[in-house]
Write a protein that binds this ligand. Sequence first.
Ligand SMILES: [Cu+2]
Length: 215
Amino acid sequence: MYFSTSVITTALLGLASAQNVHVVSVSSTTDKTLLAFTPNNIKAAAGDMIQFQFLNGNHSVVQSNFDNPCTPIQALVKNATGMFSGYMDVAASEATGMIPTYTMEVANDKPLWLYCSQGKHCQSGMVMVVNENTAANASRSLDAFKALAAKATANLDPSKITPASGGDSTDGTTGGTTSSIPTASASAIAQGLGSAVSVSAWTGLLSIAAALAML
Ligand SMILES: [Cu+2]
């Protein structure tokens, strides 16, 4: 069996790009009162991973839609399984030297509107967007979403809502997984700013390399 170098290179690049991990800091290691996701406006391709690293406080990440900033999407769209990280109490795991994380895979390139369902954090601007698309609709910007959130009458907990009986099922929804990582490595990854290739991607590359060596 024979593979040209270009075919192999393309395969390796494809694998690496499919495993891009975007790191988002939730609150801050230095300012525990910070109610923000950083960065709060990211571009991610379908198949990319987003890892939320909970650095302080007790926050969550919940999927809404643009028009209803502080409301879980499952309260808006029938059969939606919108993402919800659960509440991540950083103080509870601090003594172990670990911080909680929540990692999700991006399903498509549509805008994904997210908020924190703790207290009035959503109204305070603890919101973000993945794949903002102001080219398609100039009014659907992160700034406009924040302004809508500030006026929301309630900040809804996904575990305490009534599932929707109607709505637009074209809204993309997704799930994720929770884990924890050493506090030290969290800041190291966060300083990488943006994307990094995950361990599993490299494991994949190594197994492909091993397979090729046996041809
Ligand atoms: Cu919060």
